[in-house]
Ligand binder design. Structure first.
Ligand code: SAH
Length: 429
């Protein structure tokens, strides 16, 4: 994690020296007095050796059970982190209620959080400018991956969707600087906050309503890869769309052909990208509001697709049993494994879905299969799809083994940040 260490100007010579025209003494001859910044320093907290080892392994989170001493640390404050002997390890954001007690924010001292947040938001915007093209909808700030733990910002053309997920980032001055910086840096008509009531409860934050934080506009139109979508910041799941799949939509469309089935289609992200390449596209989802929006999106693009409101598991089983065949199948189910304990069950779910889809594919077919459970690793997912292919007596060649779009960066040392897997597979009998 690149963290900025505040620049400390030190005179290299010992004894009195001239610095900026003023006479001053180097630290060598000065009696040790607390400096101004030390007087205002953040409260301190000591980690157990296991906590220290975790930081040294590169992970920015330390769990409450690995905090040895934390006296009088206010909820949501900046905190100086040390080992048991008092050796300084960096500055973190403290949560008084989450199991993740601290999230590291800098290797050096931080006196004041809002200016650091502003600087990192600007850096996140610059990073996206280098990486993102062919869309006006993309993630601008992705929490730890942009060194802003607990802040997520998605851009939908001229409307932003903001999520604040930690005590420290919920503080009034931090919220203000987030909105102020985004409004100053981008051409916007509105900034919407999406509130996750469960996370606020876990962080012991007062309840809030989703709503406009800035400007007047909460809905707009976006375009990605030449496909247009409606966006309503105060409706829908997640922050409104599944932006992490943006590059996978385009990749899947490259190989799609014939009759296509988009299972778990939500508002038609894959389906609408496949439509220009396929003779017919059917989208399936259990959410009626999602399908209503999918239909509006189809109209916006001048396309006619079939939308079916159904449990995709049942539909795949019934269609497979009835001998229904497709040339292209997309599987993008919700996360099956929300906790590690659910992993076994989740792998069973993926196996079953992939098995049914593989059986339904005509020779030369294409399977686009995704998992957004971070407890399911890339090797786990490859193995489960391989097992499904064996059981279906199909040969499967991997065309692409993909992750989320580049505007959703993952940190190498934070396995929790790489969650989305998308395999594009050429299937033959
Ligand atoms: N592919 C979509 C995102 C899918 S998210 C996109 O790119 O935008 C997962 C979707 O699965 C949600 O829309 C949810 O409503 C739907 N879903 C959840 N359980 C389902 C089930 N049993 N059958 C069908 N759809 C389901």
């Amino acid at each position: 994690m690149t963290m900025r260490v505040p620049h400390v100007s030190r005179c290299s010579r010992r004894g009195p020296c001239r610095h900026n025209g003023k006479l001053r003494y180097s630290i060598y001859f000065m009696p040790r007095r607390p400096s101004a910044s030390a007087e205002n320093a953040a409260p301190s907290l000591k980690l157990s050796p296991r906590g220290v080892a975790r930081l040294q392994a590169g992970h920015p989170w330390v769990y409450r059970s690995d905090i040895a001493v934390a006296n009088d640390v206010p909820p949501g404050s900046l905190v100086r982190v040390t080992d048991l002997r008092g050796k300084f390890l960096g500055t973190a954001l403290y949560s008084s209620s989450s199991q993740i007690a601290i999230r590291m924010i800098a290797r050096g001292e931080v006196a004041d959080l809002p200016p650091l947040v502003a600087e990192r938001i600007r850096a996140a915007i610059v990073y996206r400018k280098q990486l993102v093209s062919n869309t006006n909808a993309y993630r601008i700030v992705f929490s730890e991956a942009d060194f802003l733990p607990g802040v997520i910002v998605d851009r939908y053309n001229d409307v932003l969707s903001v999520q604040i997920l930690t005590q420290a980032m919920d503080a009034g001055p931090v919220r203000e600087i987030v909105v102020e910086t985004l409004a100053a840096e981008l051409q916007l008509a509105g900034i919407v906050e999406r509130v996750d009531a469960r996370i606020r409860e876990l962080e012991q934050l007062a309840p809030r309503q989703s709503g406009l934080l800035w400007g007047q506009k909460s809905s707009t139109l976006v375009e990605m890869n030449g496909v247009r979508f409606h966006y309503d910041g105060l409706e829908g799941q997640k922050t409104g769309a599944f932006l992490d799949q943006r590059e996978n939509y385009a990749a899947a469309a490259q190989y799609a052909h014939g009759e296509a089935l988009d299972a778990f289609c939500y508002q038609g992200g894959f389906a609408l990208h496949l439509a220009p390449k396929c003779s017919a596209v059917t989208g399936v989802d259990s959410s009626r509001p999602a399908l209503e929006m999918a239909e509006k999106n189809a109209a916006l693009n001048g396309r006619e697709l079939e939308w079916i409101e159904a449990n995709a598991f049942d539909l795949l089983r019934d269609y497979a049993a009835a001998g229904r065949r497709y040339d292209t199948v997309v599987l993008d189910p919700p996360a099956f494994a929300k906790t590690k304990r659910e992993l076994g069950k989740a792998l069973g779910g993926y196996k079953e879905l992939n098995l049914r889809a593989l059986k339904m594919l005509r020779p030369g077919g294409l399977l686009v299969t995704c998992s957004c459970s971070f407890h399911v690793s890339v090797p786990d997912f490859l193995e489960v799809v391989a097992a499904a292919a064996r059981d279906a007596h199909k040969s499967a060649r991997i065309l692409e083994n993909r992750g989320p779009a580049k505007d959703h960066p993952a940190l190498l040392n934070v396995p929790e940040s790489s969650y989305l897997k998308c395999l594009i597979i050429a299937v033959s009998d």
